[in-house]
Each structure stands twice: as C-alpha cells, then as structure tokens.
Design a protein around this ligand. Structure first.
Ligand code: ADP
Ligand code: MG
Ligand code: MG
Length: 891
C-alpha cells in the first residue's frame, strides 16, 4: 500500500533522522546547534578535529518537535533510522548491540541548542540484558564491573524512563549492603551486585507491571522517547523561563557508544574547565573520580578530587588533557567546559561547551583572550553578559570582621559572593520565607533540579556534599549566586530542620554567613564592604566607553546614591524623584499640613516650611553630581499617599497639627480615588495646585544659585511628569520659567542660568502627539514603567495575579515591565522620537524607566537613537556595556 501511494504522489524527501559522528564519517559540526543541540554539534566537531570521542549519532531537534506536533507519538521511520545508525556504531566499535559475547552499550543523552545542565534526562549502559551482561563479563573479565553497570542501567531506566522512585532501588541496595556488612557501594563484591540486579528487576516488575526489557532496541527507543518527554517537564520549563530561553524547537538526542570510567583503579571520570570559572585565571580547573561513571561527579554523591591531584594518579593523562585544553580553546576561541572519561588508561572526550562562568571570570577571560589575539575587542565586549556585571559590584566580608566571628565549617568556594541569612532546609521553605521578605540561605545535603525555585529565591546556597561541579555549584555560578558546596562538617536533618556541626545544633532561626569566594561558613552576621574593581574590569569598561554612543545616567534620589552611581560611571542623573524627600520624618508633617490646608494661604505657609528641606536636598545632589546634568521630576504621586489611612495614624496627625481627627478623616475620604494610578497625580497636581510647583522650582533655583556661588557647577533640568496634552506642558512651562526668572532676580544672580524644561513621555497620547509637545519641551524622557502600564492596561502592582499564567502558557514571552515590549511600547517610543525630532532636531531624548538597565531594552533604545539611558546605580556598568554591545551589533 504505502509504495503504491508513494508512486503517485510527488516525492518529498523524508526528514533526515540521524547525524552520525565517528572515525569513518562525521555529518554534523559546531555551527549546527539549533539542529543537533549543543552537545551533539560539539561531539561531531571534536571528532572532526581529531579528538578521541566514542562514536555515535544525533537525532535532531526537528524530530523532537515532530514528536510534540503529533501529540507525543514517535515519528514514523525513527526506529528504522535508529537501527541503521546503530549498525554504523557497531561497525566503528567492532561490537554488537545486545550480543552475548561482545556487547555494544550506549548512552542516550539529551542536549538542546542552549545548555540546560541537569534539567533533562540521560540514560547510560543501554543494551545490557541478562544475556549481554554475561557477554560483558566475558569481554572484560570483570564480573563486578558488569553487574555494577547492569544495576545502574535498571535503576536509571526505571527512574528516568518509567518514572519509578529512586528510593525503591536505594532500599534494595541497602538490604544487600547490610547482608554483606558493608557501608560503601564500592565495597560490595560481584556476587552482591548480582543480587542487587536481581532485586532491582523484581521491584521494577512490581512497580512497572512488566519485566525489565530484554530487547536492547526496546530499551533504546523508550529511552529516546523519555528524552523527548524530558524537554517539557515542569522543571525544564521553569529553567527556561528563569533563564529567558525562548523559541527552541526541542531537544536533540545523542546516542553514543559507552566508555567506562568504572573499570577499576586505572579508570575514572571527570569534568574540567579550561580556565577557572570563578576567577577566570588561566589554569586548568576541575575534578575527577577514580573508578566511577560520569554521573557520580555531577550528582554530588561522592566528593571528587581536584585535577591538580591527577598528576600523581596518571601523569600521562593529565598531560594529554593539557594538550586538549590548548587545542579546544584555540579552536573554539573561548573557555571550554569538558567531560572526559578514562577507560583502562585511555582518555575519551564526552562533551565540550563554552563554560558557564561568573562575571569576574567572564571579564578576565575576555580580556586575556584579546591579549593572546584569539578574539577582537568587539568580540570580547559581546562575550560578557552585561546584566551579570552587577555581581562585580557586590560587597564582600571585611577581613577585620571575619577575625572575630565564629567559623563553623569550611566547604568549597563554589560560586563567589558574601551573604548572610536564616537557614531554609527545603526549597519550598526558601521560597515562602524569601517571599515574606527574609534573606535565607538554602541549606541541603545536595541540590537537585527540583530545587531550582528555592535556589533562586535564596540569597545563597550551602551544601554538605558535592564538589565544585555539583548541581548546586553549576547552577549558582550560572546565576551569579553565592554558593558553598561540600561542607562535610555539616550534618543536615531536613525533616527536623536542623544542622549539627561539631556537636552543636542549629535551626531555622539561626543566622549564617557564607563566603563563596573562600568556602567559609560562619555564625551570625558578618560586616561587608564594597568591592575593588579588577584590572580586567576597568579594561572592559574602558573599551565599552570608547565604543558606545549613548550616555548612561542614573536614577538617584539621594546624594549617597548619586555618588555611588558616579563611581560606577554615571554621566548624570536621568531621574531624581522628589516625593521620597517628603517622606522623611522631619518633613512629612509639613507635607501633611500642606495637604490638609483648606486655603491657598495655609498651603503656601506649609510649603514655605518644606522649601528649605528641598533646597538642602538639591544642594547635596548637585554637589555629588557637579558638572553633570541632574534631571529633577516634580511631584508625581497622588496626595493621599502622604496621609495615614488608619484611625490611630489620623489621630496622631490631627494631634500634631492641632486639628480635629475628623478633619483628617474627611480629607482622606475626599482624596480617595478608584484608580489612583489614573487619578489626580503628575502634572495634574501642579495644574490644580500651582503653588506646589512654585515651591519646588524655587528650591531648585535657590539650590543652583547657592552651588554656583560656591563654585559647584550645578546643572539642573526640570522634568514635568505625566503630560498628555500640549496645553498642560505649555502652561506649566510658563509658570516654571517665570519662577526661575523671579528667583534669579530676587537673588540678584547675574551669572548664566539656563535650566532646560522638559517632560516625561509616559502617557501613550503624549507619544502620539509628540510633535505638538516637543514645541514646548527642551527634552523628553520616556517613563517606560507608566508607559508600559498604560499601553497594556496592566497595573504594575496587580500584574502578579495573572502574569505567571501568561508566562507559563506562552501568552507573553517576558514580563513587559522588565524588558521593553518592542512591538507595542517600542512603537510608541519610536513615534515619540520621530515626532519630537521633527519639530526640534536637537531634542535630547532619554529613558528613565526600569528598562533603562535591561540589556535587551538598551539595544532597542540604541536603535531608535536615544541620547541616553538612565538606570539604578548598580546597573550603570551594565548599561555602559550593553550600550557598547548594542552599537557593535547595530553595525
Ligand atoms: P548532562 O547534560 O546532564 O551532563 P550527559 O548527557 O552529559 O548529561 O551525561 C551524564 C553523564 O554521563 C555525564 O557525566 C557524561 O559524561 C556521562 N556519559 C554520557 N554518555 C557517556 C558515554 N557514552 N560513556 C561514558 N559516560 C557517558
Ligand atoms: Mg554533560
Ligand atoms: Mg510615571
């Protein structure tokens, strides 16, 4: 039948289902990550450049996509294609799949275009059956090894493919260990392991309902399907969401001949980075385990040795690895993260990828690679994830305060940082307590992919087992989160929520401090201090500054913030909010008096009391920012925010101001609004209460003159918020200018005093009629928080009730308050720029919303040729680098 229809229909080529690699033929290469996944593409590439890689083949991501398109049915023809590809591997290795004399074993490994460490599934030792295990014994003469491999397969297959509980197997293992009176897995003799296999098969049958498959192809195909399925597990989806990985087709599946690191004392396995992933130092870095299979290192079950100790074990292999390090770095022009296995003294490469690294390491590696001419400066700039630079600005513990503190234990310095927090013994606890506002350290024996939510919420991660390549360490480094791993003095009881260290017990209420740069675990809070920028960091920032076109300003409301931002490289202030200044204890009363005043005179009286405070604040900020522009936004929030809403609070205010509590209550009721965000706020306040604007402008001008007289070059810019019509701005601009002129005259100031007057563009209408508004504006600043809120109609404060659902179900790719919605909000920004510049080609335009510190949004800002972005102080270096990257990419 099929042949008959095939003849009539025009021929369509069936999709290619396998891409092989091996000595005789290699079909893929490193550029095909989208199709073959990172792992598959690089296995092919390593084979091509002559490195020792066990042969195998990749089932491309398109097949995984097809699997999902057909609602989870295996694509027709895949089993045939797999069999053909296995035959090639048989020829390459001279072994036979399922054979009882010379069996070929394979691994089935997931691998998407972007690496998702530990998120998806892998099954090792496939092809072992009751028959093949005998073949394995014959082939290797190592009975213990063969049974060990078989029990691992049944366990992994049951676990990963059949969804069994790992504990079921663990229990059986313990029974046998007890019987043989041993404590370690490795002490069990061959006979014992054989017994373990028999028991494993029994629980397998009991739980799964059918016997462990004795047909190797059945094992293989089920495992391939399990890998497809692992693409869409909850944890994998979560990981992609946290990491912002979108638009991938699925995972590829790699089927590869097994090599064995567990064949005795001359075998082993390990992982390594070609440079130090924490600091970037150019030294081979990693760890290995003797007589073990790969997953033992990553799972954190045994604590491995550092590679520096390998020389003593096998110097030849160590030297070989050093040669490979050089070769890989030269070929990939970047630091690599590798997996390798040594089978009876022969080295095999199992994986390479660009190594995940901390920001400090990224910066150092990039600068060093430029020095050795492997990459250009532009490439170096593009290599550093701009958002990660925040990590470099984080404080560390002071040496002095560390001296006086109780040191509890020392683990491995897995991911740098210095944090203090309460102890959370489970991921769920970490999430709940962190969401309630507490700083917590997640403390676990080891972490697993199920814990990522808790790991994200914690300020730091502390584990008692596992090395620097354990799950905890890898994930933490990727996120720039502080982590100490393998602190073996910790005896953690997750059920009782306690940890015993040296005979002392600590619980949820205790506070620990951990230092991810040294591995120290300390009791209580430890003083911290600001970091010192490294030479490599300064170099990168210099290159970035030479490259970028946009200026970078900061959002700062206090002299301290302004000063800090300036140290981070801010070239001015893009947004100073004045309302914070009214909340401080010494002024809030005058503010309230102003709001409660029932006549203009009384209001002016109260404002006159506020004026000197405002003036002082401005002097402080102008001084910290001397020589650089400071954009001051006039009062923005609705007035009710300044009044207490509870009875007791209202009584206190009434008492302090000598009025009746009922008067306060009445005013609060008067000011009540159904939609305060859309209510009486922004420039609407200044329109109805012009005296507020007059007071603020007076304070700005007085402060400027005071500074100028002290030879401090103050450069204020006055920004009027929430403008939606030409008239609003025209009227307020006139009042502002009048006030400036009047104060200048009153102060008899004869110097130059040009204070630009502009507006925030944060109401969609303002963007649409930007040409009209530009008529009366010296500058625009896009307030993208409100602009996003008003464009989508999403209240920023209430979005969490539906945003998670939108993100999980693909209704939104990202939170539009974090990264600019280019299609909608971006379009308004483009319109605003065009409209504004059509009237005034020199109009200065910036952005001062949260987006000003987000690299993707910054790229957009550069594309519409904004003059500057403004962001919080800690994000200033990020914005400098991201602006440079945008410029390089835009070319
Ligand atoms: P992950 O992406 O979680 O690291 P991998 O597919 O890399 O998963 O495999 C898990 C572990 O199994 C790794 O340590 C790897 O080196 C090891 N491994 C995978 N395939 C083989 C193989 N063919 N021979 C020996 N070890 C293997
Ligand atoms: Mg791996
Ligand atoms: Mg606003």
């Amino acid at each position: 039948m099929p042949t008959a229809t095939a003849k009539r229909k025009p021929k369509t080529n069936p999709p290619k289902m396998t891409y092989c690699w091996g000595e005789s033929k290699t079909e893929g290469n490193a550029s095909q990550k989208d199709l073959l996944g990172g792992k598959g593409a690089n296995l092919a590439e390593m084979t091509s450049i002559g490195l020792p890689v066990p042969p195998g083949f990749t089932i491309p991501t398109t097949i995984c996509a097809a699997y999902y398109e057909q609602n989870g049915r295996m694509p027709v023809g895949l089993d045939e294609a797999t069999k053909t590809a296995i035959r090639r591997v048989e020829r390459e290795t001279g072994k036979k799949f399922g054979s009882n004399t010379n069996p070929l074993l394979v691994s089935v490994r997931s691998g998407a275009a972007v690496s998702m460490p530990g998120m998806m599934d892998t099954v090792l030792n496939l092809g072992l059956t009751d028959k093949a295990v005998q073949g394995m014994i014959e082939l290797t003469g190592n009975e213990r090894f063969a049974w060990d491999a078989y029990r691992r397969l049944i366990n992994m297959f049951g676990d990963v493919v059949m969804g069994m509980n790992h504990e079921d197997f663990e229990h059986e293992f313990d029974v046998v260990k007890r019987k043989y009176k041993v404590t370690l897995d490795t002490e069990l003799p061959a006979k014992g392991l054989e017994e373990v296999c028999q028991r494993y098969k029994k629980v397998y049958k009991a739980k799964v309902g059918s016997a462990f498959p004795q047909n190797p192809y059945k094992q293989l195909l089920l495992s391939i399907e399990a890998v497809f399925k692992s693409w869409n597990t909850h944890r994998a989806k979560m990981y992609r969401q946290i990491e912002g990985i979108i638009g991938l087709r699925g995972t590829a599946v790699n089927v590869q001949a097994m090599v064995f690191g567990n064949m005795g004392k001359d075998s082993g396995t390990g992982v390594a980075f070609t440079r130090d992933p924490s600091t970037g130092e150019d030294k081979f870095w990693g760890e290995f385990l003797i007589d073990a299979q790969g997953e033992d290192v990553v799972a954190g079950i045994r604590t491995p040795q550092p590679v520096s100790k390998m020389r003593k074990w096998n110097d030849k292999i160590f030297c070989e690895l050093l040669v490979i390090k050089k070769k890989l770095e030269k070929h990939y022009r970047d630091m690599q993260d590798i997996e390798y296995t040594i089978e009876r003294g022969k080295l095999w490469m199992l994986q390479t990828r660009n190594g995940k690294r901390t920001a400090a390491s990224a910066v150092k590696v990039a600068v060093d690679l430029v020095a050795t001419r492997l990459i250009t400066k532009d490439e170096a700039l593009l290599r550093i994830p701009a958002a990660d630079l925040v990590q470099l600005l984080l404080p560390s513990f002071t040496t002095k305060s560390k001296k006086d503190v109780t040191k509890l234990a020392k683990g491995l310095a897995a991911s740098p940082g210095a944090v203090t927090g309460g102890l959370a013994f489970s991921a769920e606890d970490a999430v709940t307590r962190a969401e309630a506002g507490e700083d917590v350290i997640l403390i676990r024996k080891e972490t697993s992919p199920e814990d990522i939510d808790g790991m994200q919420h914690a300020v730091g991660i502390l584990t008692s087992t596992g090395g620097s390549s354990s799950h905890a360490a890898v994930v933490a480094r990727g996120w720039g989160k502080c982590c100490v791993s393998g602190a073996s003095a910790l005896h953690i009881n997750p059920v009782r929520k306690t940890v015993d260290i040296d005979g002392q017990t600590y619980g949820e209420k205790d506070i620990f401090s951990i230092d991810g740069g040294t591995g120290e675990v300390m009791l209580g809070e430890v003083e911290r201090h600001e970091p010192k920028p490294s030479k490599a960091y300064l170099t990168i920032m210099k290159w970035a500054d030479q490259k970028r076109r946009m200026n970078v300003r900061t959002n700062a409301d206090s002299p301290e913030d302004a000063k800090r931002a300036r140290e981070f490289g801010a070239e001015g202030i893009g947004l100073t909010r004045t309302e914070h200044m009214f909340f401080e204890s010494d002024r809030i009363l005058a503010m309230r008096q102003m709001i409660l005043a029932d006549t203009k005179e009384k209001r002016e009286d109260a404002l006159a009391r506020l004026m000197p405070y405002q003036c002082d604040d401005f002097v402080g900020i102008f001084t910290a920012m001397k020589g650089l522009p400071v954009t001051i936004r006039l009062l923005d929030p609705p007035l009710h925010e300044f009044l207490p809403h509870d009875h007791a609070g209202q009584r206190d205010v009434a008492h302090a101001l000598g009025i009746k509590p009922s008067q306060v209550k009445r005013r609060v009721e008067q000011l009540h609004e159904f939609n305060p965000m859309l209510g009486h706020r922004g420039c609407r306040l200044a329109i109805t209460y012009p005296e507020i604007l007059v007071m603020q402008v007076t304070a700005i001008v007085e402060a400027t003159i005071e500074c100028k007289r002290k030879r401090v070059d103050a450069k204020p810019e006055i920004m009027i918020p929430l403008v939606g019509t030409h008239e609003e701005l025209a009227q307020l601009r006139e009042l502002t200018q009048e006030t400036i002129d009047r104060i200048k005259k009153k102060e008899q100031y004869r110097g130059k005093l040009t204070i630009p007057i502009g507006t925030m563009i944060e109401i969609p209408r303002a963007a649409i009629i930007a040409d009209d508004i530009a008529d009366v504006a010296d500058f625009f600043s896009f307030g993208t928080n409100d602009l996003t809120q008003l464009t989508y109609g999403y209240s920023r404060d209430d979005i969490n009730s539906f945003l998670p659902h939108y993100l999980n179900n693909g209704l939104l790719d990202v939170d539009p308050f974090q990264s600019i919605d280019v299609a909608g909000v971006g379009k308004l920004i483009s319109m605003g720029c065009e409209g504004g510049r059509s009237v005034n080609s020199k109009l200065k335009i910036g952005i001062c919303g949260e987006h000003g510190g987000d690299p993707k949004s910054i790229e957009f800002c550069n594309s519409v040729e904004l003059n500057y972005v403004s962001c919080s102080p800690f994000r200033v270096p990020t914005a400098r680098l991201a602006s440079a990257q945008a410029e390089i990419k835009g070319k």
